[in-house]
Design a protein around this ligand. Structure first.
Ligand SMILES: Cc1cc2nc3c(=O)[nH]c(=O)nc-3n(C[C@H](O)[C@H](O)[C@H](O)COP(=O)(O)O)c2cc1C
Length: 168
């Protein structure tokens, strides 16, 4: 029986963009990746792979757009990748793995934020070039992770207008 990964109240997961300089431990990184690979995957093909970045210089080089600036503070970045040749559902599978990482990070008291890469070819190539990712692998997103230096309250965004019952 594997050790349980704490899952928070889902409404407590918020995008955290400010971090202290306290590193994330190797044990914590392994738990985050374990959470990622527990995600559902079409036909269980698991078309994902992950690049773990903790070196300051590389984290800085991953700031490929303004909206990735929080990597200047984050002590960890997990790049979630997919391989289209393995599954036509690679985006969905890699996105499910990403959400699992975000939830596991919250449950472990870490902050995190999803930084979009795919489907922008220029962004994908910038990330590939920085990390020597082969051309047939697509970076879906970067996840900036660290010990939070900001707090955000849990909140609901429930919107009844988004819900249809029995038929549209
Ligand atoms: C596909 C996707 C791409 C995103 N890209 C970025 C990004 O590049 N930079 C950023 O600061 N936040 C990014 N976010 C985070 C959203 O801005 C955030 O989830 C949204 O504002 C809701 O806030 P919350 O996460 O605190 O609930 C992204 C989220 C998703 C799902």
């Amino acid at each position: 029986m594997p050790a349980p990964i704490p899952v928070p109240d889902i409404l407590a997961r918020r995008s955290i963009r400010a971090f202290t300089d306290q590193p994330v431990t190797e044990a914590q990184i392994t738990r985050l990746l374990e959470a990622a690979m527990a995600a559902p995957s079409a036909r269980n093909t698991k078309p994902w792979s992950f690049v773990v970045v903790t070196e300051r210089e590389t984290l800085n080089r991953l700031i490929f757009k303004d909206a990735a600036g929080m990597l200047a503070q984050a002590t960890l970045c997990i790049v979630v990748c997919g391989e289209p040749k393995l599954s036509e559902y690679w985006v969905q599978d890699a996105a499910a793995a990403t959400e699992n990482i975000l939830l596991a990070a919250t449950g472990m008291g870490l902050g995190s934020v999803w930084i979009g890469v795919h489907p922008h070819p220029d962004s994908e190539q910038a990330v590939r070039d920085t990390l020597d990712i082969p051309a047939h692998i697509h970076p879906l997103c970067l996840i900036a992770i660290g010990h939070p230096a900001e707090t955000k309250p849990p909140r609901t965004q429930y919107d009844a207008a988004c819900v249809h019952r029995e038929r549209w």
